[in-house]
Design a protein around this ligand. Sequence first.
Ligand code: ZN
Length: 308
Amino acid sequence: YILYPGLTKFPAILGHEFSGEIVEIGPGPEGEQFKVGDRVTAEEMVWCGHCRACRDGFPNHCANLEEIGFTIDGAMAEYIVVQAKLCWSIDSIFERYPDEETAWNVAATTEPTCVAYNGIFERAGGFRPGAYVVVYGAGPIGLGAIQLSKASGAAKVIAFEVSAPRRELAKKVGAEAVYNPIEVSPSEVVMDLTGGAGADLSVEAAGAPDKTIPEMEKTLAINGKIAQIGRAATRVPMYLENFQVRRGQLFGAQGHSGHAIFPSVIRMMGSGLIDNSKIITSTFPLAQALDALEKATKREDGKIVIKP
Ligand SMILES: [Zn+2]
């Protein structure tokens, strides 16, 4: 995330995808919906609620945004102070997973799945059941996109991922076809597997749009959509003629807040429509957080969980 072109400020404790138990509630009416002992996860984007974007209903574009684990202290710690307005109950996840350890871990993966949800459904407007969906990148957000697409009735989900262990995870969470984009021509594969129809929705979750968008552009179904979720400070060559001829649309997506995204994803986890226990590949104690970060740079894990 040090390469991430979004907001960052140092020094800040890292960690923006987390779950925990409430041990203390501050004064004021905001916290009244919670009590000590409640189990919650939290949004990472600290939207202000009073700027123009927030008042217009777009908290992901807050003018006064702070980000937990990026601009203010995050969750690689035993305790963290979080505004009540950002917290969501994860009781339904505990009902789904009788093993508490698994439930805590799964709940900590809510955030990246919400980022995928925001891109696919809130920003791009989703797709009709029976659609062909292509996901570029099978990190935590891409794996979320695959599961959300399967759960929402995609007829086929095709995924591209350079890391072999992550390709296995993509299959495990439901992608029908998974390829290394270095070994194949993604656009040829997509046109072949869709019988020439192309992708109704392509999801950029690789953070390599200079490489992926040109492939997506060649595979737009009529009315095809592209959701740009991965972050990359790079320019992208685009041939807009394809967007005109194919009636294509590209949607820029940022964030995960608002629009009932967190409660909807938590419901999907609670009902078993999404099973993020499949993508958790390692756990480390907090004292070994540096080892966990080093392992993460290898990009072979789905999700690494750090336990205080
Ligand atoms: Zn705001």
